[in-house]
Design a protein around this ligand. Structure first.
Ligand code: CTP
Length: 412
């Protein structure tokens, strides 16, 4: 599964304390550490005594944890005599993944009988818990009561997911995907300057079928839109994504409406736009859709023998312009952001689309050049807003372009 839409390299200076407890899923916390380090987050780690049965401190050190402790006293405590207080003094968030039924019980009741539970009790910042256990243990009344107590106290719960667990049982109790835990941690580290806003994002290509098995489309990966959606959610917004066919997995807090064609995308957007504060249209919508040959049944595959082999004529009809439609319906209290993908006259086309489609901001990029546009991890863009502000940005990861776009809202 691609994590490109979660690799935000802008958390330099932030620190997370990662607690690992004794579950078969403990090995997944090593991947969580790796993903956090890719976002430049500094990570310290505490492994409980039972976690040490599944994973060792060396793996965490090798992948970039700068302090790994395993006990309150003795060599496992490291050099710091106040190691039980250090996370509270240095980390911006604490995450325990996987979190066993035992640690949930200890945290719910304020027990501090080992290093991790003591560190958690002394931690005043955002605490995130990603439980993992057998489904019977998860649904046990005691665990459920402890979980409710923790959530009511403001702890952020991530999962657990439903699926097959290590012992062969199936049910709720599986550790949430590491990508969801990462997204939750990044959200806890982010400023919530978009809190209270509802943001609509269109992304990906559309597919326009001309029979049951063939379609017209384009190579858009949807990455730019996915980065905008995730970063708006991390910054506190309620985010609704209308997605053409793409392979992204979004954190559960993001509402996703999957669509295939431009007409479906338009319908979904029109239903969501009236009660959204902002919309950002990044989708590479096909401007035309094929019209099925006369008398053809769209549910059937056209046979080659029925088509003229060297002179096939496909009739096309214009698709609606979704961004323009939202611009026509825009109220004064709404903000609309568009993209412009151009092969020439970038600034001229961007200015034209900004005013033609009644936008507040447009992000323009050249397509067909390395480091920019379709199917690239980076983008080189110019940004123009309705007040006349123009900024030209260097080649940047799409996650960073997304973050900077939301920063520009303060000028509108
Ligand atoms: N867009 C849209 N619906 C369409 C076409 C485009 O919502 N049918 C949106 C895109 O999501 C993007 C913006 O309009 O935000 C500009 O898209 P772009 O492909 O650059 O240009 P077009 O408006 O389609 O015009 P042209 O193809 O002539 O450049």
């Amino acid at each position: 599964m691609s994590t490109a839409h979660l690799q935000f390299p802008c958390f330099l200076g932030k620190r997370v304390h990662l607690g690992v407890t004794g579950s078969v899923a403990a090995y997944k916390s090593i991947e969580l550490l790796r993903l956090l380090r890719q976002c430049q987050v500094a990570v310290s780690v505490t492994l409980t005594e039972s976690a040490l049965r599944f994973v060792g401190p060396e793996s965490f050190r090798a992948l970039g944890a700068d302090m790994v402790t395993t006990s309150m006293f003795g060599p496992g405590a490291g050099e710091d005599p106040f190691v039980h207080l250090t996370p509270g003094q240095t980390a911006s968030a604490m995450v325990i993944a996987p979190a066993t039924a035992n640690i949930l019980a200890k945290l719910a009741h304020g027990l501090a009988d080992d290093l991790l539970s003591t560190q958690a009790l002394a931690f005043g910042g955002p605490l995130l818990l990603a439980p993992a256990m057998n489904p019977a243990m998860w649904s046990a009344p005691a665990t459920q009561a402890n979980w409710r107590t923790l959530l009511a106290r403001g702890t952020v719960g991530i999962g657990p997911a439903v699926g097959d667990v290590a012992c062969g049982d199936t049910g709720q109790g599986k550790l949430s995907p590491v990508e969801h835990i990462l997204a939750g941690v990044l959200r806890a580290l982010s400023p919530h300057d978009l809190a209270g806003k509802t943001v609509l994002v269109t992304l990906g290509p559309t597919r326009e079928n001309w029979d049951a098995v063939r379609f017209l489309s384009n190579p858009s990966s949807g990455l730019m839109g996915a980065c905008l959606a995730v970063s708006a959610w991390m910054r506190g917004a309620h985010v609704r994504v209308v997605a053409g066919p793409t392979g992204f997995d979004f954190p559960p807090g993001i509402e996703v409406t999957p669509v295939t064609s431009a007409l479906e995308m338009l319908d979904a957007c029109q239903a969501l736009w009236p009660d959204s504060d902002l919309a950002c249209c990044t989708a590479a919508v096909c401007d035309f859709r094929p019209l099925a040959p006369k008398n053809a049944d769209p549910a059937r595959k056209l046979k080659k023998r029925d088509m003229a082999p060297d002179d096939l004529v496909l009739r096309l009809a214009a698709n609606p312009d979704i961004l323009r439609t939202l611009g026509e319906q825009k109220r004064k209290d709404q903000i609309l952001i568009g993209f412009a993908a151009e092969t020439e006259d970038l600034m001229g086309q961007a200015r034209f689309k900004l005013s033609e489609k009644n936008l507040d901001l447009i992000v323009a990029n050249l397509v067909g050049v390395p480091g920019s546009g379709f199917d690239s991890g980076t983008n080189t863009v110019a940004v123009l807003d309705r007040t006349g502000r123009v900024e030209q940005w260097p080649e940047l990861p799409k996650t960073e372009v997304a973050w900077r776009v939301w920063d520009l809202l303060r000028h509108l």
